[in-house]
Write a protein that binds this ligand. Structure first.
Ligand code: PEP
Length: 252
């Protein structure tokens, strides 16, 4: 399974000049790495400029709307992202639930729209507490409602425990053992919703305070094939170190 590191810049940085500098530093730092897929998800307004620089770094949106076009003020559609040459989109991020009350029903519509326009979906799943249960199960059931097992190949699941995200008050960093338990839980639900093969071949990465010190543990012992990186992705040297650590742990 191809390893994947995704940078989620969230609402950063504040200028296109800084965005370009950050992007160029990452592209330069990882230019010789061929065995790790690297995706940067900047704010929408920088996508167009960053797209024009040829690079091995792929681009993703941090959200998308489910209709292709129309009177939906402020929205950016999956189709618009696809037309720009964007390949990935993050959907269901916990910060959109927390600050914007995004429902899982809305996420489900977005996932369907993204998949129908051939975007690869980075679908975040995670609970507020350490309990692996109903909260994550419901996210998966409702988020994937109406999808076929063949759709799962274009999904990347992120085990994103909210309690481990760097900006969560009193956050505690997940251990590889906890990550393994989370990823196995996701596979168990996928097996129930689809079948064993779909569950076993699903791509799962981990998100929550990933840095260059802990990424190796997650990839080696956490049952995941990469990471979603928030805060640490805003430091290009640190982000490049994370990608390189994963590259060292992957057989080419
Ligand atoms: C996230 O918000 O999903 C995330 C992974 O952020 P951070 O790396 O800052 O914890």
């Amino acid at each position: 399974m191809r390893h994947l590191i995704v940078a989620n810049w969230k609402c950063n940085p504040v200028s296109s000049k800084e965005a370009q500098r950050l992007f160029d530093a990452v592209a330069e730092g990882i230019k010789n790495i061929n065995n790790v897929e690297t995706v940067i998800c900047p704010p929408f307004l920088y996508l167009s400029d960053l797209k024009s620089g040829a690079s091995s770094v792929k681009l993703g949106g941090q959200d998308c709307f489910w209709e292709d076009k129309g009177a939906f003020t402020g929205e950016i559609s999956a189709k618009q992202l696809q037309n720009l040459g964007v390949e990935y989109v993050i959907l269901g991020h916990s910060e959109r639930r927390k600050y914007l009350d995004e429902s899982i029903e809305a996420v489900n519509k977005k996932i369907k729209a993204a998949l129908s326009t051939k975007l690869k979906v980075i679908f975040c799943i995670g609970s507020q507490t350490k309990e692996l249960g109903e909260e994550m199960e419901s996210q998966l059931e409702k988020g994937l409602q109406g999808l076929d097992k063949s759709d799962v190949a274009d999904l990347i699941f992120v085990y994103e425990p909210v309690w481990a995200i760097s900006t969560t008050k009193d956050k505690v960093t997940a251990t590889p053992k906890e990550t393994l338990a989370g990823s196995l839980f996701i596979r168990k639900i996928l097996e129930r919703l689809f079948d064993e093969r779909t569950s076993q071949t699903a791509r799962i990465i981990y998100g929550g305070s990933v840095d260059s010190q802990n990424i190796e543990g997650f990839v080696r012992e956490g049952g995941v094939s990469g990471g979603l990186v928030g805060a640490a992705s805003l430091d290009p040297d640190e982000f490049v170190r994370i990608v390189k650590k994963v590259a060292l742990n992957v057989k080419s």
